[in-house]
Ligand binder design. Sequence first.
Ligand code: AP5
Length: 220
Amino acid sequence: SKSEPLKVMISGAPASGKGTQCEMIVKKFGLVHVSTGDLLRAEVAAGTEIGNKAKDYMNSGRLVPDEIVTAMVKARLMQKDAKENGWLLDGYPRSFAQAQSLEEMKIRPDIYIVLDVPDEILVDRCVGRRLDPVTGKIYHITYFPPENEEIKERLVKRPDDTEEKVKSRLQIYKQNAEAILSTYLDILKKIDGNRPKEAIFKEVESLLLCVKENEETEKL
Ligand code: AP5
């Protein structure tokens, strides 16, 4: 029989490497990646009503109001692909209220992964980050430069990736982190995120395989 699809949450400070690990997790496990940052950026780019509401909050590094983001996440997790293949939620919940909304909807992950990275590393990661608007792939001018000139020329910088805005995003993250963690203490896995991305992924991978195995054993 087919095992239950995996449900994973990944969290961590701005630029702790969530998006980077998610790319690798999706490749290996086929989960549906639901990134609230990516969803919101797509709404902004498309000039939708949600995008217009969210834009100023995002560009200044503040959180978008809960009701906007929660409705978006709920709708995405309800879709067939997420229900069938499992999901990987990245960037949500980001406040205690958001965590409570999921609890009320009985949406709970199998595992809650936190990427732990020292503050002084985060600024450098953000300021050097570049995105490929064509593939969505995440680069860094020093750590993960683009593969060729063609990609290099089309890379874009996020408007919230300045030193000043990273610092305020980090502060907001810290204000909320503990209250969110309290909701997921029983499934919490903290990982050292200040290592090469392949080494981090090895640990993530073995954690996820472990969760899968446990679920299969429980079914017997
Ligand atoms: P969001 O897009 O979620 O931003 P974030 O949480 O600040 O996270 P980042 O995307 O900055 O970083 P990441 O951890 O994914 O790191 P990455 O892999 O790219 O949210 C943006 C905004 O949207 C928010 O500020 C808010 O306004 C709004 N929003 C989103 N969700 C919301 C919610 N739930 N409620 C309200 N508002 C919401 O890596 C970063 C860089 O480091 C890259 O250049 C990468 O190449 C490099 N890197 C990655 N891993 C490594 C490594 N191991 N070693 C060296 N470099 C690495």
